[in-house]
Design a protein around this ligand. Structure first.
Ligand SMILES: Cc1cc2nc3c(=O)[nH]c(=O)nc-3n(C[C@H](O)[C@H](O)[C@H](O)COP(=O)(O)OP(=O)(O)OC[C@H]3O[C@@H](n4cnc5c(N)ncnc54)[C@H](O)[C@@H]3O)c2cc1C
Length: 511
């Protein structure tokens, strides 16, 4: 037993700290002795001891042992994720992350990893009670290479800061479209950008991941090194390690064309027909994309083109539908300008949130029927609880899958034809309404499943970045890919730290 403590303390030793004082803290601790001996112990005392060790080796500023009195837990976007762990570690380097994971593994305690904290799934990047939250917000570097062809991103950065930093270099990167979304969560779930039709998903634009494995080893994963892990991380989520650095290819996009129109509820069926027509024809111009946000009163249609333009022909199906309001007139602007504009329309008022996804092939009638069903659900939920519900139809051109294959492949199993990833977002205020509010999107996704299957329009893939806590996105990757992901997880994390000790997430062990 004392040799276990000795080995653990030695594994933490670095030029900055010595193992001696750690051994003094651990030796003679009754709970640790009982835990290591397989006897009954007090879990909370054990976790607090682990927090104390981390504070000792990483420093007072890095480990917060009274998170309830601070504001860090409230940095998660959704109020339903404001949960209080025993301590919060805010690492300054991958070495800090390594020491934290070694400690978590040694003590066998629960943990969660947060980058941007934008997942509304409670317990995914948050944790309540005995356990440690690893908050990567300090790892937020954005460093462009001399030739501007690549950029190093820290996991804790936000996409709004990324596009702002890249703007003077006349490049962009495939990332998240909303400025507050975090870098790591978005990429590890695939990462859908405005111009993914042309340039693929964010994960397909990663050249190299730096990953801290469960035993604290820091490795690179790229095409030439740990290539199986590289493949798995391109959409496989939080199953393999903690990513502390992304080396990404930049894309030559800065100046773009866009416009935004607002439409009334009675125009939605016409807009959905135009959207389906554009998906079938206009989307073959890969520079074009459409953002469609449907609400109960108003619906916004954004037309985006990845280079400056006048009136791109690709959007012909939309031009004859008169907008109730042109919120943004045809503009030759920048990707950074657009991102900041999107950010300025988001509310800063904290609320509870959930999102939920469904996919299908392109079909105007299915879209219109889903809208009618959704309208009833969204209206009833609002009347009962005050919840606000919107949905988005995200166009996925066949080229998204093709770019993924051309860039070495990924585990997603995407369909090589134009299709769509639907997602609904719901916002509400009171925890007593959690179940009632969530029932509406649940019924919606059941509708999508039944109706798309009945019409031969089903798509098994479900986008992890839009999936709610009870959905199972990994199972849609296909049996062969899931089996390979499991083998890779077992190779890099043989003791299943990420499957057994991680608090939540779309984990392979839960498929
Ligand atoms: C309003 C809104 C807009 C969105 N827009 C987009 C969009 O345009 N494109 C898109 O692709 N997605 C989008 N998303 C979805 C978003 O990408 C996911 O919610 C994503 O998980 C958020 O990333 P994060 O770092 O902020 O998340 P977090 O909540 O910090 O983490 C999410 C998950 O990733 C894990 N994780 C976080 N960091 C790491 C790490 N470094 N290593 C290993 N695991 C880690 C966490 O444990 C957790 O399971 C949007 C979501 C919302 C709510």
């Amino acid at each position: 037993m004392s040799s276990q403590i000795q080995d653990f303390a030695s594994s933490l030793q670095s030029p900055d700290y010595q193992s001696g004082p750690i051994i003094d803290l651990l030796k003679g601790n009754q709970d640790l002795t009982a835990f290591l001996g397989g006897e009954t112990y007090n879990l909370l005392s054990l976790v607090l001891l682990a927090c104390q060790i981390l504070k000792h080796i990483l420093g007072q500023d890095v480990v917060d042992t009274s998170p309830a009195s601070g504001t860090t837990i409230k940095e998660s976007w959704s109020q339903s994720c404001w949960l209080t762990p025993s301590c919060i570690v805010v690492p300054r380097s991958s070495h800090d992350v390594s020491a934290t994971l070694k400690t978590i593994k040694f003590f066998g305690i629960k943990f969660a990893v947060r980058s941007g904290g934008h997942s509304p799934n409670p317990g995914w990047s948050t944790l309540n009670g005995p356990g440690i939250l690893i908050d990567l917000q300090q790892l937020n570097q954005i460093t462009v290479s001399d030739d501007r062809k690549s950029v190093v991103l820290g996991p804790g950065g936000r996409w709004g800061d990324v596009y702002q930093a890249l703007d003077p270099y006349d490049v962009a990167v495939v990332g998240g479209r909303i400025p507050h979304v975090g870098v790591a969560g978005a990429i590890l779930g695939g990462g859908l950008f405005h111009f993914s039709g042309e340039y693929g998903l964010a994960a397909d634009n990663v050249q190299k991941f730096e990953v801290v494995l469960a035993d604290g080893t820091i490795v690179d994963a790229c095409a030439d090194n740990n290539s199986d892990l590289f493949w798995a991380l391109k959409g496989g989520g939080a199953n393999f390690g903690i990513v502390t650095r992304f080396d990404m290819s930049t894309i030559p996009v800065k100046n773009i064309w866009f416009q935004l129109g607002i439409y009334t509820a009675d125009q939605v069926p016409t807009i959905l027909e135009a959207f389906a027509e554009w998906q079938k024809n206009g989307a073959s111009d890969l520079k074009s994309t459409v953002t469609l946000v449907v609400g109960l009163e108003t619906t916004s249609v954004g037309l985006l083109y990845s280079v400056p333009a006048e009136k791109p022909e690709a959007f012909a199906p939309f031009y004859d539908i008169p907008a109730a309001l042109i919120a943004v007139p045809p503009t030759n602007g920048t990707i950074n300008g657009l991102t900041q504009l999107i950010g300025s329309t988001s509310s800063n008022v904290p609320q509870r949130h959930d999102y939920r996804g469904a996919s299908s092939k392109v079909d105007a009638q299915l879209y219109k029927d889903a809208y009618e069903f959704w309208k009833k659900e969204a209206t009833a939920a609002r009347e009962a609880t005050g919840a606000n519900m919107t949905f988005v139809l995200q166009p996925i051109p066949a080229n998204v899958a093709k770019v993924g294959i051309a860039n070495g492949g990924n585990p997603l199993g995407l369909l090589e034809e134009n299709h769509q990833w639907w997602t609904t977002l719901v916002d509400w205020n009171d925890a007593i309404h959690d179940e009632t509010v969530r029932a509406a999107p649940i019924r919606m996704t059941e509708f999508w499943k039944e109706q798309s299957e009945a019409r031969g329009l089903q798509v098994p893939f479900l986008f992890m970045n839009d999936a709610s806590r009870d959905q199972n996105p990994l199972s849609g990757y296909g049996e062969e890919n899931v089996q390979r992901l499991k083998e890779i997880a077992a190779k890099y994390d043989p003791t299943q730290v990420f499957q057994k000790l991680q608090n939540g997430g779309f984990l392979l062990s839960r498929i």
